[in-house]
Write a protein that binds this ligand. Sequence first.
Ligand SMILES: Cc1cc2nc3c(=O)[nH]c(=O)nc-3n(C[C@H](O)[C@H](O)[C@H](O)COP(=O)(O)OP(=O)(O)OC[C@H]3O[C@@H](n4cnc5c(N)ncnc54)[C@H](O)[C@@H]3O)c2cc1C
Length: 401
Amino acid sequence: MFDVAIVGGGLVGASLAVGLSGRQRVALIEAAPPPVGEARWDERCIAVNHASVCILESLGVWADLRAEAAPITSTHISEQGRFGVARFAAAEAGLDALGYNVPIRALGSALWQRMLALGTTTLLCPARLQSLVRSDDAVELALDDGRIVRARLVVAADGMNSPVRELLGIDAERRDYGQSAIVTAVQTTRTHAGCAYERFTPGGPIALLPKWPQGGDRICSLVWTTPREQLRERIDCSDDDFIAAAQAAFGERLGRFSGLGARQAWPLMRVMSERLTAPRVLFAGNAAQSLHPVAAQGFNLGLRDVATVAELLNDPAFVDSDPGADAVLAEYAQRRQRDRARVADFTDQLVRLFSNRIPGLRGLRHLGLLALDLAPGVREAVLWQNLGFGGRAPQAARTPA
Ligand SMILES: Cc1cc2nc3c(=O)[nH]c(=O)nc-3n(C[C@H](O)[C@H](O)[C@H](O)COP(=O)(O)OP(=O)(O)OC[C@H]3O[C@@H](n4cnc5c(N)ncnc54)[C@H](O)[C@@H]3O)c2cc1C
């Protein structure tokens, strides 16, 4: 019998396996083989905020990642055809960096390496969860290779379309934004100097984030939110045509785009599980909430789910008790509710405000950006939210990096 069975070994499930290491008997069930891969200059990256860096430090993986992480020292948010600009700098918060842009490959690999080095997690991989049966004191999970696993608590970290959620018949609120994110990398003729740019255009927001270290300071991750009806055209067109269109949308703040990486597309949905817990089960990461990437908050939020679970199961008040007890689950739901709602609502409002083409909204957006740039109270609130300190942050998120 395991204390905890984690279903899903993506970034969130693997982080939790490391966070629970040594104190609980933990099994990790992952359908795909362990992540491996060579570094590529155009690989997909993820922006992690300051709170996430603190958590990754507490998990013992940040030191391995640091060499591949590009510091984001400032942000610049603008709207095409308008003067309003919002800028934030790390120095305002007394920090060296607001966050870091990290290759997903490096993050996944560092977490798996750490888990393997600690040697305390029982890995069931590759193996796919097929069914689960709950009793009063445990959950029995059946895998597609015939193995049966019993655990007192199941953590569903099995992604946006969570099979655990489906098997338990728990609903999720789904919103299809009718958009996809095209993700690639560009070389620029001017240095990014650590600045992350987000520019809102009628064709969708386009974000350029610093990338490190493959091309010095002239390579950026590019994330372009694209209405689904334009997706094929932007994916199938030549590199030259894509560069010309992206350059027209973004402008010349970073000079000319001089090279382009491989393009990948991700359909954008908001999926909010109607419940964060069920008897002997809790949801974390994308299984709990999948968000539009416009505010780069999905993994950051998932990592705070992880830190909260680890904090709770290591809390002296709960450490000797049943990890799947109702009191533990209720405490988890209560601690995560506010942060989750705040980040999900902020992200959704940003998508709606900037995708809506009602004429009056343009002025409102303009005022919004000016307020962000000028009004100290608003600036601070948004800055702290984006650093990951909104709501009741778990202790690991507050330790200085
Ligand atoms: C274009 C884009 C850009 C983004 N940028 C950012 C960003 O800058 N910052 C940020 O914080 N977030 C960002 N995100 C969000 C972030 O990528 C996700 O929130 C995060 O990767 C979710 O991780 P997860 O482990 O919860 O889910 P997943 O990565 O979906 O992992 C789920 C795992 O469960 C496994 N699984 C599924 N079913 C089963 C089963 N039956 N049995 C066993 N295993 C199973 C899968 O194989 C998978 O490994 C972005 C997302 C997109 C689409």
